[in-house]
Ligand binder design. Sequence first.
Ligand code: FEO
Ligand code: CA
Ligand code: CA
Ligand code: CA
Length: 726
Amino acid sequence: MNHHSPKDEFNDGENVNFSDNAHMDDLLAARLSRRLALQGGIGVTTGLLLGGSAMAAQGQASGAARAKKAALKLGFGSVAKHRDDKVSLPAGYQMSILHALGDPLHWGDESWKGDGSESADSYNRRIGDGHDGMYFFGLGEAGKFDARRSDRGLLCVNHEYVVAPYALHPNGKTGGAARVASEVEKEIYAHGVSVVEVKRDAKGAGMGMVRGSRFNRRITSATPIAFAGPVKGSELVQTRFSPDGMKTRGTNNNCANGYTPWGTYLTCEENYTNVISRAAGDDAKRSAKEIAGLKRYGMTDGRKSPYLWDSAGSDDLFARWNSAVTGASAGDDYRNIFNTFGWVVEIDPFHPDSTPVKRSTLGRFNHEGAWPVPAVKGQPVVIYSGDDSRNEYIYKYVSKALWDEADVNGGLAAGAKYLDEGTLYVARFNADGSGEWLELAHGKNGLDASNKLYALADQADVLIHARLAADSLGATKMDRPEWGAVNPLNHEVYMTLTNNSNRVAHDATPTGVQLKPDAANPRYYSDSFNADGKTKVNKGNPNGHIIRWKEAGAQAATRFSWDIYLFGAEDDAAADVNLSGLTAVNDFSSPDGLYFDPRGLLWIQTDDNAYTDETNCMMLAAVPGKVGDGGKAVAAGGTETRVGAKATPDSVRRFLVGPKDCEITGIAITPDGRTMFCNIQHPGEESKLDALSSHWPDSQTNPGSTKRPRSATMVITRTDGGPIGL
Ligand code: FEO
Ligand code: CA
Ligand code: CA
Ligand code: CA
């Protein structure tokens, strides 16, 4: 996501982790205790400690079956970096627009005019703004989920946020202390999720939206949503809308996504603090415990949200975005609205009348997405998740129920079976290349009312305040976890750590919320803009990296080994910055979107501002190796780490470069690999309405365009209809 301007994006993410776990001293202590453990001859990471060749030998046995398959090979020419206002693709590829902001889903609404004249209400039936995570579900003849179907499907797309200054309103966003009600109403309906039916063209692998399909649907920031799991009915989610805490309204700031093996969509609530305010003086009406919880999630006394939805009037549609105490009890006001966001929401796209469900077992934080491991019969359902703020954590959910294929097409009832009872863990990455999953269960590991950091009353409290529970277990603070992806060929897990300005040199003294580098977040350096040769602007880890791990045995294991698959860097950066050896065909900065397609190709999307003096954001394709295929390295700033094999033009290659001031985010590929969906979010984000920096998508075919830019989903195919990327 990039709600703020790209200039601020490097500093994006509420930075509220004041806990003091995982400092350098602790990492050194951990290394020492690890050594002691090794003297006993144990340890799942022995292979890593022996070095890459030992790991490779170990991997060969389990990989024998896979070796029989033809090796994946990238089959396109690398796309050059550029700063033009268009999407560029490799030779032999083409694109069309599936849908863009404001396109009507049904018959009866006019086409998008591009002048902001559409009514607020019509956005209940139009494509929302800020296209982000998405998933393609094959649609079978009986209107059911068919995972093998490529020619017809339901495409679920997140609409993360509105680019109000230039796209939605007639004259841009009206300023002032109080927002205009009709503008806020339109913004509320332009957030959320769209579900549309898509169908392949008569010829080739292109696809179009089926306007008027009975499956087409919008879910917005005002749609009723049920709570499930331990938080359902908790006093911490009681509101005037739902005094018994059984439901809430709206899903918001839906960033990345997930999907389930039974055929439902998971949408994840990230920067919800952008729309929630808290009137000044509210601390005086709150307990010390409540204040601690609010503070840890960035909701300080007197905080005004950037969108100021609460300022648009006393109507409940607007007033509910003020989280201050105004009534006699929680059932009389919206003091708890803040606790009703930050969840993973399950949507059944095959049943348009179904009520979406907030699955509380996956915890509450700035959820980037929810990435499932391919389901294995008789094994738990496992879902990984990250908290996208600086110095936040990586999580893992393991279901209690074991996977049974009979539950395919089980809808939200299957969701209840697998997602309402299970265990949430948070990750600790040890300095020696091992890692542990720490259980976030009330009554275990000191997570109870006697906890000194925050008195945890019950499991609902643990899940609502997952960050505080994770703090007290000593989880590892990461460089802003964005997307994850699970390799379908070996079930290793990858996650982007997009960047972090709050790392300091490893011999420096951190102040405030700064952290020293650690082995899993090892780099500290400055990044200068080559174009002007001026002062170095970005310090810390400006270009980000992609970490990966391999569970020790079954996917539900509580130990793992890790390394850093790729470090983002400019091709001309110093060797201890460009640790993966990127060159002109594959250098990138600030990885964000990440997706393994069904064939095992890895797609990497960027949301960057550190390299944007030379190139717009981009997408790369990769044939990854595996954990432990590299070795040890010392990163810029002096911290030792574990890095995967160096990138080559054959292993990582640039596939696409986007238009001006955009982010590439959201990707899905049909099961046959011939149709790709890819999103362009907020083209021209730097713009004012009277000085637009982008006119995309119109500029794609009309270089002299003066139209407003808008977020959109592209359909990308090969001109010969062949498999993409290979
Ligand atoms: Fe919405 Fe973390 O990007
Ligand atoms: Ca993102
Ligand atoms: Ca981002
Ligand atoms: Ca440069």
